[in-house]
Design a protein around this ligand. Structure first.
Ligand code: NAD
Length: 346
């Protein structure tokens, strides 16, 4: 029999379309990930990129910012504050943006250096009486623990904060939470990532934070290193950073979601800072026992052609859209990448 495929549902039905008005999005931090987020946003009709901040200034345009001119200004002059029109130089760019602009949700593409920085930014939003959605791609378990302590304050303030919503934690953690459903008991979740970037300067915070995981290093030490010292270290390792048993928030996020105790979650990876080709395929392996008593492993592997930027910014914006849905339902507080499904942004 020639079964006919049913006509596909209209885009508005399947996209869980929120409203006809695009979500006004801001990006805090305009380095590697912030710029990539701006490029991803340019193709979205459900979101409008209206604001961004870096360390020395911010840009705001209620009808939408142009990624090309913003990125060109950032590279040639060192700050979005020089953008004309729309730029403002400021040493307190985050504070200025949140007080002076109309933004529904922010992607926090900021360095978490020191390890308390992201929590301090969250406190800034709470203190200002700002309401909306915040999404981070934070990496360390101890950084998520700080945000957990802020959950009641975020809730009282009317902020929906989505944490750990990049690639790892983020996409891979959520995939692990889904994979776990085949089992009645989870024995291990092993995340192994491979990142290839052409030069470390495009992702300074990411590389500094990764160095902090190496034996003999700490967040304080990595933060205090000059660019020349980082280059000297990368020269010694031929541009490669090999990271094992990292303190990564995938563990606490899966524990909070009730998947398994955090000790069963391990994260390691290899970062090549001199070659955009991934040194290995990023994957998550979830091993468990089924109800029939069989031990098995599900493996979810990311396509090698997908960059770190694609695998962080796509999910972060998907979680931002999900956060907006929650916010509109009056659901505030702290949510993790394993607790909420990201929504695809059109
Ligand atoms: P980067 O160093 O390229 O850029 C950081 C940006 O933040 C710069 O524009 C800088 O001016 C701005 N900034 C710094 N301090 C600021 C301040 N006080 N106010 C306003 N702006 C400020 O950073 P990156 O490499 O894009 O990384 C950003 C974050 O993303 C890092 O914390 C990194 O660990 C995280 N990350 C997460 C994942 C994941 O999968 N979860 C993957 C990669 C990176």
């Amino acid at each position: 029999m020639n079964a006919q495929k049913p006509a596909s549902l209209s885009n508005t039905t399947v996209s869980n379309s929120l409203t006809k008005t695009p979500i006004r999005v801001g990006v805090l931090g305009f380095g590697g990930l912030g710029q990539a987020a701006a490029r991803v946003l340019a193709s979205k009709r459900e979101m409008l990129w209206v604001a961004a901040a870096d360390r020395k200034g911010y840009a705001y345009e209620p009808t939408g910012l142009n990624p090309d001119t913003c990125i060109a200004t950032y590279h040639s002059k060192g700050s979005l504050g020089y953008l004309e029109p729309g730029g403002t130089l400021s040493n307190q760019s985050i504070q200025d943006l949140l007080e002076k602009t109309a933004v529904d949700g922010y992607f926090l593409a900021l360095p978490n250096l020191p390890n308390t920085f992201m929590a301090s930014v969250a406190r800034q939003f709470i203190a200002a009486g700002w309401q909306g959605v915040l999404v981070d791609a934070i990496k360390r378990t101890s950084a998520v623990e700080q945000l957990l302590k802020l959950a009641p304050d975020l809730q009282a303030a009317g902020i929906t904060y989505m944490t750990g919503c990049g690639a790892t934690p983020g996409l891979l953690t959520a995939a692990a939470a889904i994979a776990a459903q085949s089992y009645t008991e989870i024995h291990s979740v092993q995340i192994t990532f491979g990142v290839g970037i052409a030069n470390w300067e495009a992702y300074r915070a990411t590389i500094r934070e990764d160095i902090a995981h190496m034996p003999g290093y700490s967040i304080e030490r990595a933060m205090a290193m000059s660019d020349a010292e980082i280059e000297a270290l990368l020269d010694r390792t031929n541009g490669l950073l090999t990271l094992e048993n990292m303190e990564h928030a995938d563990d606490i996020i899966l524990e909070l979601a009730g998947i398994c105790p955090r000790e069963r979650v391990t994260v390691s990876g290899v970062v090549d800072t001199r070659n955009p080709k991934k040194p290995l395929s990023t994957n998550v392996r979830v091993t468990g026992r089924t109800f029939e008593g069989k031990i098995s492993t599900h493996t979810f592997t990311l396509g090698d052609e997908t960059s770190m930027a694609a695998n962080v910014c796509g999910p972060a914006l998907g979680y931002l859209k999900a956060g907006i849905s929650l916010h509109r339902l009056g659901r505030y507080g702290l949510f993790t990448a394993a607790e909420v499904m990201p929504q695809f942004v059109h």
